[in-house]
Design a binder for this molecule. Structure first.
Ligand code: AMP
Length: 126
């Protein structure tokens, strides 16, 4: 079944310039901006400019050019935040939530990059 993309989601509005954002990096296919409700001293969202709902949608349907651009942009954000482990940084956590079980709030694919504090254990089994 095809993914249904809601072009009224908040990140689509950011991409159209209808609401402001705190941009960290913009490339041809990718935008990175600060999360409005940060969960760590550095909390950046990396999003593709194309209309992809979630991680698997992006991985399955985006072009190779979009995927490479996105991955390089995410790497560049880590560099800009100075959190790259092995390069003087203390590390980071990258998270993507998908769908109901993943508790995804905004239905436009995004990667959270969180840095600036120890993140604690990943998840607890319930
Ligand atoms: P998720 O639960 O993975 O869909 O995460 C959505 C994220 O988007 C949350 O961390 C929100 O704080 C963040 N968010 C929602 N609206 C905005 C906005 N206008 N600008 C920046 N971040 C936002």
């Amino acid at each position: 079944m095809a993914y249904a993309y809601d072009d009224q989601n908040i990140f689509a509005k950011i991409l159209r310039g209808e609401i402001p954002n705190n941009t960290v990096l913009e490339t041809e296919h990718t935008l990175a901006f600060r999360d409005i409700a940060p969960k760590a001293p550095d909390h950046v969202l990396v999003i593709p400019k194309g209309p992809y709902v979630c991680f698997d949608h992006f991985c399955n349907d985006a072009s190779a050019e979009e995927i490479v651009d996105f991955a390089r942009a995410a790497g560049q954000v880590c560099k800009m935040l100075g959190c790259e482990p092995g390069h003087g940084g203390e590390g980071f956590r990258a998270i993507t939530n998908a769908g109901e079980d993943g508790v995804q709030e905004v239905p436009h694919y995004h990667l959270h990059i969180l840095a600036g504090r120890p993140m604690g254990p990943m998840l607890l089994m319930r």
